[in-house]
Design a protein around this ligand. Structure first.
Ligand code: FFO
Ligand code: ATP
Length: 186
């Protein structure tokens, strides 16, 4: 069931035109900024959006403008299924990982300790009305964020609110999901 939902949503996301994408990303980013105006934070992890995922480019620009330290996930080359978070600056150079997702080049000086990340923005394939999350199916965020206390925020398009995917006990749950039209708090 989850595999089918993933396929359907991912192919629908890919089919969205860039004009529609831009419009939705504009409203999404506006809502994220609105939510952030109530928070005091210095460090934040976002993700490098690909294949029609909610676009994080406008968000990154806004964060840099506000002097926040921004980080991106990279697949940990030493620990299977775990993510490391690397500083993301305007001039960062990328290489593609095995999923063809661009990652900053791993240098140990640029890695932040997980506990020093104030906010982590998660990519979402689907979410439900209880704040459960369905991701790409790699389990990377689930393994990395087990028992961690960072503020986790999912970002998604409104059509990604889905009722009937199955939930696993290790899934990281989302206390907040922000979409172009709404800020959900669970
Ligand atoms: N932008 C982005 N970065 C991310 C994630 C994500 O979901 N989005 N991840 C979240 O965990 C991690 C990578 N996890 C992934 C897990 C599985 C697949 C995967 O199976 N990809 C398929 C292609 C799917 C498609 O084309 O839609 C593949 O490579 O066959 C990709 C990423 C870390 N970085
Ligand atoms: N804490 C855990 N204990 C055991 N297995 C786990 C754990 N976390 C993740 N997994 C494994 O990871 C696989 C993928 O998990 P799941 O389908 O929930 O990923 P996802 O949240 O959709 O993906 P991602 O976090 O990469 O976006 C599961 O089938 C399971 O084998």
């Amino acid at each position: 069931m989850n595999t089918h939902i993933r396929k359907t949503i991912c192919s629908f996301r890919k089919s969205i035109t860039s004009t529609e994408q831009k419009k939705m990303s504009y409203f999404l980013t506006k809502n994220i900024i609105k939510f952030f105006s109530f928070l005091d934070f210095k460090t934040i992890a976002i993700y490098f959006s690909v294949n029609g995922e909610c676009n994080t480019k406008f968000l990154a620009k806004n964060l840099w403008k506000n002097k926040k330290k921004v980080f991106l996930p990279v697949l940990n080359p030493f620990l299977q299924k775990k993510l490391l978070f690397i500083r993301y600056l305007e001039n960062t150079k990328f290489i593609k990982n095995k999923f063809s997702i661009p990652e900053p080049i791993l240098k140990k000086d640029n890695v932040i300790k997980l506990e020093d990340l104030n906010i982590i923005i998660l990519p979402v394939v689907a979410f439900n009305e209880n704040g459960n999350r369905l991701g790409m199916g790699g389990g990377f965020y689930d393994y990395t964020l087990q028992r961690k206390k960072n503020l986790i925020i999912g970002i998604a398009y409104d059509f990604q609110l889905i009722k009937n995917f199955s939930i696993k006990k290790w899934d990281v749950s989302l206390p907040v999901v922000i979409t172009p039209s709404k800020i959900f708090k669970f």
